[in-house]
Design a protein around this ligand. Structure first.
Ligand SMILES: [Zn+2]
Length: 218
């Protein structure tokens, strides 16, 4: 009976692949073919990967990884757009679960807490959510780490950094973050997460802010 009802619901409200638009089972984001085509970086397999090298120039870190390469007009760009601007924050669970599969058995598993890059409160109010929340919660839950939002805060509303050169970016982000209750993080190894990394300026400013706390590693 339940299966019949489910079939009926699927007929009335079919689910479509967010990559190619073909019909997929309920609660599925991508068809197997689109999932297979996702441009994974596999950066978690090598410590000195290009992302690590980029961030390391701006802030001293232990490890860095990203799940996908960002290809213009590719599936990842479409999904990130849905996540950030179309209210599809459940996509964060999908990305989080996918990343966790890669982090099991890697040094990232040994972190103590997961901290999201915060939005400025005005932007969060406008969007209604931080697009990194579901992603971070999923990672923290599956790695059995504590998820700590709202302690790293962003108190500078910054314009988009895309058109700025690297000195201007660094100047604009200077002092953009601070930590409420820094004692919470003393001696902790923090897994800091964000949705998209472009130049690493935002991440490195947040990292340098967290590294002011005694015994912190990021
Ligand atoms: Zn597809």
């Amino acid at each position: 009976m339940i299966a019949l009802l489910q079939d009926l619901l699927n007929t009335i409200f079919p689910t479509y692949c967010m990559g190619c638009g073909c019909m997929v089972p309920p609660n599925t984001i991508l068809c197997l073919q689109c999932e297979h085509q996702l441009p994974k970086t596999n950066y978690h397999n090598s410590q000195r990967n290009p992302l690590f090298e980029m961030i390391q120039k701006l802030a001293p870190i232990q490890h860095a990884t990203s799940l996908f390469f960002f290809e213009r007009r590719g599936i990842v760009q479409a999904l990130v757009h849905q996540l950030k601007y179309m209210g599809k924050d459940h996509l964060g669970d999908f990305f989080g679960a996918m990343l966790v599969k890669e982090l099991i058995g890697s040094p990232f598993q040994n972190c103590d807490v997961v901290v999201p890059i915060p939005l400025h409160k005005k932007r969060q109010r406008k969007r209604g959510y931080n697009q990194v929340t579901a992603f971070g919660q999923q990672i923290a839950m599956q790695l059995r780490q504590e998820y700590i939002p709202n302690r790293l805060v962003r108190h500078k509303a910054t314009r988009t950094l895309v058109q700025l050169n690297s000195d201007q970016r660094i100047a604009q982000m200077k002092g953009a973050f601070s930590v409420v209750c820094p004692t919470l993080f003393v001696g902790k190894h923090i897994l800091l997460i964000d949705d998209v990394v472009t130049t690493g300026t935002t991440l490195s400013e947040a990292i340098n802010c967290l590294l002011q706390i005694e015994g912190v590693r990021v």
